[in-house]
Design a protein around this ligand. Structure first.
Ligand SMILES: [Zn+2]
Length: 56
């Protein structure tokens, strides 16, 4: 059951939403061309995928 807005104080609301912030996207560098790449994605510049040299 929903809680009435009159019962939800500024403090409670703000305290709850203190966890809602999103963290900035972390970029790593492409091993092949040093362009910024998101992890678990192939490079947009050269299409290279992987953090380390090819293991086969
Ligand atoms: Zn690349």
């Amino acid at each position: 059951m929903a809680v009435s807005p009159k019962k939800t104080t500024k403090r409670r609301k703000r305290n709850r939403r203190s966890h809602h912030a999103i963290s900035p996207i972390a970029y790593s560098k492409c091993v092949n061309c040093n362009a910024p790449v998101r992890s678990h994605n192939s490079c947009g510049e050269c299409g290279h995928y992987g953090e380390k040299a090819n293991r086969g």
